[in-house]
Design a protein around this ligand. Structure first.
Ligand code: GRF
Length: 205
């Protein structure tokens, strides 16, 4: 791990998780800096946030490549250029190839308490199931959908009058704090992943 740790953040949308990391990295004591922000589409607020913070950006759109494998290779190549210690997928809506995951320690946030409610609709599925507590999970990305070893989790209570939007917004507030806290600790103290057990504070990476 470099000091400060080098982060590449991948986004597909509004980028509020990215903004939380940008704000945290403004303090040198945080121990990390964002060396690039990448996206799979143009014209998103996540890229605008990076540009305002004068962070280099890149876009690789699947539709610009003849094959999905071509896109997989291109995203790995451009990320490699920035020599990240950690890649943070923060609302990035594409699955990354096994080759990418073998090359880069990649973390992702999911707006549910894994292994419950994986996939694109964590808040909706939790609400429909009638759970009283849901939350957010930070995990090491593996080949599955939201199945990787868990780094951190935060619970969020479901309110009687929640709809999908209000619940997701409250989850996102907790998710951002969890992400900032865990990524900072990883940057300062290191991380070890053995099977499904993740430990922060073990300088194995
Ligand atoms: C987050 O809730 C993330 O977990 C989910 O999409 C949302 C992204 O929000 N995959 P933002 O783009 O960081 O604002």
């Amino acid at each position: 791990m470099n000091h400060p740790a080098r982060l590449v953040v991948l986004v597909s949308g509004s980028g509020t998780n990215l903004q939380a990391l940008i704000d945290a990295c403004a303090d040198p004591a945080y121990g990390a800096r964002i060396v690039a922000v990448g996206a799979d589409r143009e014209d998103i607020e996540g890229l605008a946030r990076a540009e305002r913070a004068q962070i280099p950006t890149f876009v690789r759109q699947v539709s610009d490549f003849e094959t999905r494998e071509g896109w997989d290779a291109a995203i790995a190549t451009v990320v490699e250029r920035f020599e990240p210690d950690v890649v943070v997928s923060a609302g990035f809506m594409k699955l990354l190839s096994q080759d990418f995951l073998d090359r880069f320690l990649t973390l992702n946030t999911h707006p549910a308490l894994c292994p419950a409610f994986p996939g694109m609709h964590g808040p909706r599925d939790a609400l429909e199931h009638g759970v009283k507590v849901t939350g957010a999970t930070l995990f090491v990305v593996d080949a599955g959908v939201d199945t990787g070893p868990i780094v951190a989790q935060v619970p969020v209570e479901v309110a009687e009058d929640d709809d999908v939007e209000s619940l997701h917004e409250r989850i996102k507030t907790a998710e951002r704090a969890m992400l900032v806290d865990a990524v900072g600790r990883i940057a300062r103290e290191g991380i070890s992943v053995e099977g499904r057990r993740v430990r922060i504070g073990a300088e194995s990476r």
